[in-house]
Design a protein around this ligand. Structure first.
Ligand SMILES: NC(=O)c1ccc[n+]([C@@H]2O[C@H](COP(=O)([O-])OP(=O)(O)OC[C@H]3O[C@@H](n4cnc5c(N)ncnc54)[C@H](OP(=O)(O)O)[C@@H]3O)[C@@H](O)[C@H]2O)c1
Length: 308
């Protein structure tokens, strides 16, 4: 397969897709919108009920009759993820889980569980959520887990394999983000290997959006996307990047194209900043099977889940 386009998305009628981080104007919103347009039942999984409602209204405005429902989950809080896992049981089989939610460049902050906020939100929460939803992904008969990483994973110098509850040295927000996005890829490849070894019908794939105009930077720097300098940063990013709709395309390709597990999708343009999605490459560190196995073990210990 060369490049891909949204017109390639097959009919999704009868399929259930859970998308985390679907805030209006972000990649999750556009991922959910396109899948709803093709007839999928979309479950919007996010931490702020008002924002989930806003996105649901925007989707049903564009796709009248779309089947959209909320699932409240704060991925930085393991108890909240467990309770979302309980709530999600009523959904029945899940065909696709898109682990899209994330934070970038946030200041040092420990979560209720004693974890650094970036790793908690971008890796440990999604690790637990995916594990809790595995029985339903297996039930679908052809489940798929798509995790949204970043080209920025290339900046990571080593995998995040230290004790995540230990007080570290100086917090470097961008290094923490890069390592969390490396963790997304280590997780994807290890999950896919484990599913194949256990002969369960679930594939894991990853995607990155290039550089897309969303609220990510303003949220990370200011804890919000509007008001004062946050609005200026938000608008500046949007002016110099591809649209969020275009940025969602690699996730949509990974979620729906006929691709093997372990595939990584990203934009085809210069430096993978923008452009039609295609299959792309991850770094050698991301393909390190020893690091992936160690991260898996650490993630099981940290979150208390064992995958089926
Ligand atoms: N935009 C880019 O250029 C770019 C580049 C590379 C990778 N990515 C990746 O793309 C993904 C989506 O980001 P985006 O660009 O669409 O940014 P965004 O608009 O800021 O979306 C991030 C989403 O994550 C949610 N989120 C943050 N913390 C959460 C938590 N504790 N629990 C549940 N949800 C939480 C946010 O919810 P709230 O609105 O409630 O905060 C929001 O819905 C991220 O994984 C990011 O790393 C983006």
């Amino acid at each position: 397969m060369d490049t891909w386009q949204p017109a390639d998305i097959p009919d999704q009628t009868g399929r259930t897709v859970v998308v985390t981080g679907p805030t209006l104007g972000g990649l999750g919103h556009h991922t959910a919108l396109e899948l709803a347009r093709r007839g999928a039942r979309v479950v919007l999984a996010g931490r702020t009920p008002r924002k989930l409602d806003e996105t649901a209204v925007a989707i049903t405005d564009e796709v009248p009759g779309a089947d959209v429902s909320p699932l409240v989950v704060d991925l930085s809080d393991l108890a909240s993820v467990r309770s979302a896992g309980e709530g999600a049981k009523a959904l029945g089989p899940i065909d696709v889980l898109v682990n899209n939610a994330g934070v970038m460049g946030v200041a040092e902050q420990r979560t209720f569980d004693g974890l650094e906020l970036t790793m908690a939100t971008n890796h440990f929460g999604p690790f637990l959520l995916t594990g809790l939803l595995m029985p339903q992904l297996i039930q679908s008969g052809a489940g798929r887990v798509v995790t949204v990483s970043s080209h920025f994973h290339r900046m990571a110098r080593r995998a995040p394999l230290e004790d995540p509850r230990a007080a570290g040295g100086r917090h470097r927000p961008w290094a923490a983000y890069a390592r969390s996005k490396l963790a997304n890829l280590l997780f994807t490849l290890e999950l896919d290997r484990r599913c194949r070894a256990a002969e369960v019908p679930v594939k894991a794939l990853a995607a990155h959006p290039g550089f897309a105009g969303t609220h990510l930077a303003a949220n990370g720097q200011y804890g919000r996307s509007s008001g004062g300098v946050a609005s200026i940063l938000d608008a500046t990013i949007r002016a110099v990047s591809q649209s969020a709709a275009a940025g969602a395309q690699p996730s949509l390709m990974a979620a729906t194209a006929d691709l093997p597990g372990g595939t990584y999708c990203g934009p085809s343009g210069l430096a993978e900043f923008a452009g039609r999605p295609q299959v792309t490459l991850m770094t050698r560190l991301a393909r390190d099977e020893t690091a992936a196995a160690r991260l898996w073990e650490l993630s099981e210990q940290t979150t208390g889940i064992r995958y089926p």
